[in-house]
Design a protein around this ligand. Sequence first.
Ligand code: BTN
Length: 257
Amino acid sequence: MYDLAALETALRGSIFDDKLDYFATIDSTNTHALAQAHEGAPHGSVYLAGEQTAGRGRGGHQWHSRPEDGIYVSILVRPQLPADRSLWLSLIAGMAVKTAVAQAAKLEADIRWPNDVLIGGKKCAGILVESAFAGNAMRHAVIGIGLNLNHESFPEPLSETATSLRLASGHLQLREHVLLNLLTALEQELAALNSGDDVLARFTGASTWVQGKPVSVAEDEGYTGVTCGLNPQGFLQVETAHGVRTVRSGGVRPSEL
Ligand code: BTN
């Protein structure tokens, strides 16, 4: 159980002030947040769960959501963002998690484009952004974040690829502390979106995957190449033997070139 009173107090004056909903158990905070968005819930609404019974990941995968061990949270935002910039939300969410991990747990994380947060090559957080549009403008988006905090182990086959802040740091993490760092970093990132801040340049500096990384891409027939930057929409560019290709849906992995 979170100390909700402490969280509410700490969020006073932020965009999340008086907008925190907690569920001991829920199917998926993203599903709930999307439904609330259609009911008119405001920018900055936060839906937090102790446990999810049907946590959803990218590409139709499930998100392992064991009770209490992780942070499972969805944030509803209504940014002024053209539809062709919607991927920027995924990029800033990844940077917010990276910042929170550095501040709260003193760990250096990497971001595998677009927004898998890795420590020592293993995934400690995943982000699922789900957006709705009205013409060429974003109507709303739900930023769903699953952060592995105090897991001491993971079930097979996850143990090969997943880690937690506890496993990486060697000590227990206080969920309220990490969550507050995360929400504060996200508020700053959302403000940066509309301030002319160069999101793409900052992301390029925050991720070792954007430039010069040999990758294999699980898209179309599958292909390999070396990453060579982001296009203006934030999509990853990969130099292949047949020219530069744009990764559309994610799923890049390291490759031996
Ligand atoms: C990924 O596949 O890496 C994205 C995982 C996103 C999981 C989070 S947990 C909170 C929110 N609710 C969901 O059902 N999914 C996201």
